[in-house]
Ligand binder design. Structure first.
Ligand SMILES: Cc1cc2nc3c(=O)[nH]c(=O)nc-3n(C[C@H](O)[C@H](O)[C@H](O)COP(=O)(O)OP(=O)(O)OC[C@H]3O[C@@H](n4cnc5c(N)ncnc54)[C@H](O)[C@@H]3O)c2cc1C
Length: 383
């Protein structure tokens, strides 16, 4: 039986989020960007309605919803404030990693405050010398008695300036490639831990930046899962978060398209509404068509994950196409709104800046195409 309908609970959840977006996110979206500060109060509010713990079991204070429902949250929050989707997608990814791989003690300690939005955790893989080639990371973790000593530099990390802790990927065996990578939970107030924020193009409130670890000592219990399995843990998580990133970008584009439709119906030029010109209406129709196709591939992929099916290539497709078609739609909408949309009085330029970041974060289009190519051509013809 083929069924594309959301459940009643999912529709109800979407309605709650639409109200939240309308009352809390849309009116303040530009304010946080202009002030350049992290909206801690908003993050906590999102925690109160369960958005920061969507994939965390109820016994640790999470909402324990399925992947499709998490996708609905990414899309609806993306409509209101693209930067705040980190509370949904990054938390869903990190929530799954900790739930699946941390010890019982670590789960009890970290999951409840993380799920409620009181504590913030980031994820740190990228380094100055390795981004796309993530397995080439150089951060080292040495076992010494009951501790690990960790040294290295991480770059490009979302929430770098605000998070209480990070899942840090480091080599426990530098001789090995991806098989030498392990994952650790490291508190940002440990001795030897430092950070520096960037002046970013978009997503300014999320405090992206670099982390510096100079012989940071952590207890061995902070290792997540087994030594050498870190890379595979996170890659499985990316197969999930890539759908969410696609949907959050689309949410931002849907909001922009709807606002633009309103504009072109009401603004007149040469004695008729703008929309009556096919040069104006066709781009909107074309972008909307592409967005609908990618949106349904995102939900299909999330459904596949809920069914326990393999969905690596599907996730990669949604990751490269979702932010791209969204950015293109937003850019054309900016033009269709005329000169005023080129000012900072309207949110369209900010959406363009914010969504563009997701064409890089979590892996660029080229890297997603390599992943899809593996399925199409086989491992022996690795691109
Ligand atoms: C908004 C944002 C948020 C981010 N958040 C995080 C985070 O929270 N945690 C984290 O760890 N990282 C984060 N990153 C970093 C991000 O994951 C990396 O920037 C990304 O993986 C690309 O790495 P790089 O910047 O080093 O580019 P490089 O790897 O140097 O690539 C440069 C260019 O070359 C291309 N390229 C590289 N290799 C190949 C190849 N084999 N074939 C074809 N093309 C290739 C790339 O596609 C890219 O266009 C974030 C980045 C952004 C922009």
């Amino acid at each position: 039986m083929l069924n594309f309908a959301f459940t009643e609970e999912q529709e109800e959840f979407r309605k709650v989020l639409k109200d939240f977006t309308k009352s809390e996110l849309l009116p303040t979206y530009m304010e946080w960007d202009r002030k350049g500060i992290f909206p801690g109060r908003l993050w906590k509010k999102m925690g109160e309605i369960g958005l920061t713990g969507l994939r965390i079991p109820a016994k640790y204070g999470g909402s324990e919803v399925d992947c499709v429902t998490t996708g609905i949250a990414a899309e609806e929050i993306g409509r209101g404030n693209f930067s705040m989707t980190a509370a949904v997608s990054s938390n869903a990814l990190i929530g799954e990693i900790i739930t699946k791989h941390a010890s019982e003690e670590m789960k009890s300690k970290w999951l409840p405050p993380f799920a409620s939005g009181e504590k913030i955790i980031g994820i740190a893989i990228t380094e100055p010398g390795s981004g796309s080639d993530a397995a080439g990371l150089k951060t080292k973790a040495e076992r010494r008695g009951d501790s690990y000593i960790i040294s290295g530099e991480k770059s490009g990390i979302t929430l770098a300036t605000v998070a209480d802790a990070f899942i840090v990927f480091a080599k426990t065996d530098p001789e090995l490639g991806s098989r030498g990578v392990s994952a650790f939970l490291i508190e940002s107030d440990r001795i030897g831990f430092d950070k520096k924020g960037y002046e970013d193009v978009g997503n300014i409130p999320t405090g992206r930046g670099s982390l510096y670890l100079d012989r940071v000592e952590i207890p061995k219990e902070n290792l997540l899962g087994e030594e050498g399995k870190g890379f595979y843990q996170v890659m499985n998580g990316f197969d999930f978060s890539r759908f969410l990133l696609g949907l959050q970008a689309l949410g931002s584009a849907y909001q922009t398209i709807e606002e633009t439709i309103e504009h072109v119906k009401t603004r007149e030029s040469f004695g008729k509404p703008l929309v009556r010109n096919q040069g104006v209406s066709f781009p909107i129709v074309e972008h909307y068509t592409q967005m609908e196709l990618v949106r349904w591939q995102c939900y299909r992929g999330l459904w596949m994950r809920d069914q326990g099916m393999t969905h690596t290539a599907e996730a990669a497709m949604c990751k490269w196409l979702g932010p791209k078609v969204s950015r293109e739609a937003i850019q054309d909408c900016l033009l269709l709104n005329g000169h005023y949309a080129y000012t900072k009085e309207m949110p369209i330029e900010q959406r363009l800046r914010d969504v563009m970041g997701m064409e890089i974060g979590d892996g660029t289009a080229q890297i997603q195409k390599i992943v899809i190519g593996k399925k199409l051509f086989g491992k022996e013809f690795k691109l």
